[in-house]
Ligand binder design. Structure first.
Ligand code: PNW
Length: 494
């Protein structure tokens, strides 16, 4: 049984309180997350249509480590029972996974429905529920149907309409059993890496405009889906709908420099707030984005800002379209103010902030960008509480990669998880942040986008050389299962 929050918090000796001794709140959601393209394989099985990631990985080029693909991945499309065993072994209360849009709707539209795809997700959802595990379902996690990309993808408002129809289809088909929905995973990453820098599918390089335009349409698509749920399904199904937003925490490089403080704010402004301000606050972009991008566009000779504008009607539609806050947190950066030369349009130039990684922070061995900074998460949670009206928060992704070959005894990685969970306890009991759940990225080692299978985020090791794709728990999985069973952090001797 989970115990009540420690009374010591309200008494003067709360300084002696050790978060490691506290239980997580009752009903805390303990989860792990995955995404369809990263685990399913079966890229053209049973009528599935191609997605942008199928196209991106099948094209020649050095965009993915050793030209690897998700054609087979963990083969979760055929090995769901094996995934379920992992979920049960961990004792998860929740499992977050994404639907492959083009497995359900091969050309992205509801013109043709692939029943085999529906059957697959029905089987998953039903067996999760039969095992007492609550599904959290992401509608779109980076794998846009290729036929929609061919018509402009997220740069086109046609995709907004297609997304709404797809979302309605999913709510109607699975909503009697799925009560936690995420519309879009990390629109920031899709916009920035998919349509600006081109390092992720669809590989569009349109610096200075691509990210803003695609983000604009993703925000509208999210809002349309939320409204569809609200109008047509909420009464009957009683679920919740949100959007998963990723963000670094940012610290000023020079703590005494006001310019660095402002730059650190902009780092979060141009990532988390870009989406959270319109969706959670006022239907519009953060003031700092509007002014910076408009000024920079003017200097570059554009007749209007490169940041699109929402109409007043759109603002009213976008505002207030999330039923909880879904946060993906991985890392923290130190930020220096950087005056832009204005020469080349780009989101990075617009932000006028330079990222620095403190050399004293450990880095996850499988991802050079992932400096391990557990306390950054506590700061970010407090920031969300203060900025976005004290929302209910689910941490829908957090994790640490190891490079291949990854040792099953990953004690160091478990230490990172433990420190992170301690920071979450501090956020809950000291800062009164309403954190309701924590999902590890990821259940399994899987296709880590441009790093392919070289970067391993799983709680379970997958041997991709072995055709049976066996799943074997890392030590972190065993430790995580103990935390879940006890609803508290365990000391090593317990
Ligand atoms: C998230 N970055 O993406 C995704 O939701 C997962 O699919 C992914 O596997 C996981 O994080 C680990 O990378 C990110 O470049 C992609 O900073 C890129 C970055 C961060 C998160």
């Amino acid at each position: 049984m989970a115990s009540a929050p420690p009374v010591a918090l309200t008494s003067p000796d709360y300084c002696n309180w050790n978060p490691e001794d506290a239980s997580f709140p009752e009903q805390f959601a303990w989860g792990a997350s995955t995404a369809a393209y990263q685990i399913e394989g079966g890229w053209n099985a049973d009528g599935k249509g191609p997605s942008t990631w199928d196209t991106f990985t099948h094209q020649a080029g050095d965009r993915v480590f050793e030209n690897q693909t998700g054609d087979v991945a963990c083969s979760s499309y055929t090995l769901w029972e094996e995934d379920l065993k992992c979920i049960k072994q961990l004792g998860l209360t929740h499992y977050r996974f994404s639907l492959s849009w083009s497995r359900l709707l091969p050309d992205g539209t509801t013109g043709f429905i692939n029943q085999k795809g529906v059957d697959y997700y029905d089987k998953m959802i039903d067996s999760l529920l039969a095992n007492g595990v609550t599904p959290m379902v992401t509608l779109y996690h980076f794998d846009l149907p290729q036929s929609l990309e061919d018509r402009g993808g997220w740069r086109s408002s046609a995709t907004v309409e297609a997304f709404e129809a797809y979302a309605q289809f999913c709510f109607r088909t699975f909503g009697d059993r799925v009560k936690l929905w995420i519309t879009i995973n990390e629109p920031y990453v899709v916009a920035e890496l998919g349509y600006e820098k081109g390092t992720m599918a669809p590989g569009v390089k349109a610096p200075g405009t691509g990210a803003y335009l695609s983000a604009h349409n993703m925000i509208k698509a999210h809002a349309s889906a939320w409204h569809a749920y609200d109008k047509l399904f909420r009464k009957q199904h009683g679920g919740l709908v949100s959007i998963a937003l990723n963000s670094d925490w940012a610290e000023p490089f020079h703590p005494n420099s006001p310019a660095d403080h402002e730059a650190a704010k902009r780092h979060i402004g141009f990532c988390l707030d870009w989406f959270a301000t319109p969706i959670f606050l006022n239907g519009d972009y953060p003031a700092i984005m509007k002014s910076k991008i408009s000024a920079m566009s003017k200097k570059q000779g554009y007749s209007s800002s490169r940041l699109p504008e929402f109409t007043e009607e759109e603002k009213m539609t976008i505002k207030g379209t999330a039923d909880f806050f879904s946060l993906n947190y991985y890392t923290t950066r130190k930020i220096k103010n950087q005056d832009s030369s204005c020469s080349q349009p780009s989101t990075t130039e617009d932000k006028e902030a330079e990222e620095v990684t403190d050399p004293s922070w450990p880095v996850a061995t499988g991802s050079s960008w992932l400096a391990v900074v557990p306390w950054g998460l506590r700061h970010l949670l407090k920031y969300i509480k203060d900025t976005y009206n004290h929302p209910i928060i689910y941490i829908t992704e957090n994790g640490f990669s190891q490079s291949d070959p990854a040792p099953l005894d990953d004690s160091q990685r478990w230490e990172y998880f433990r420190l992170t969970l301690q920071e979450i306890l501090k956020a809950i009991y000291i800062d009164s942040v309403q954190v309701r759940g924590y999902f590890v990225w990821s259940l399994l080692d899987n296709f880590e986008w441009s790093c392919g299978y070289s970067s391993r985020f799983g709680l379970f090791h997958v041997d991709f050389e072995n055709a049976a794709l066996p799943r074997v728990p890392y030590r972190s999985a065993i430790e995580y299962a103990r935390v879940i069973a006890n609803n508290k952090l365990m000391n090593s001797h317990e």
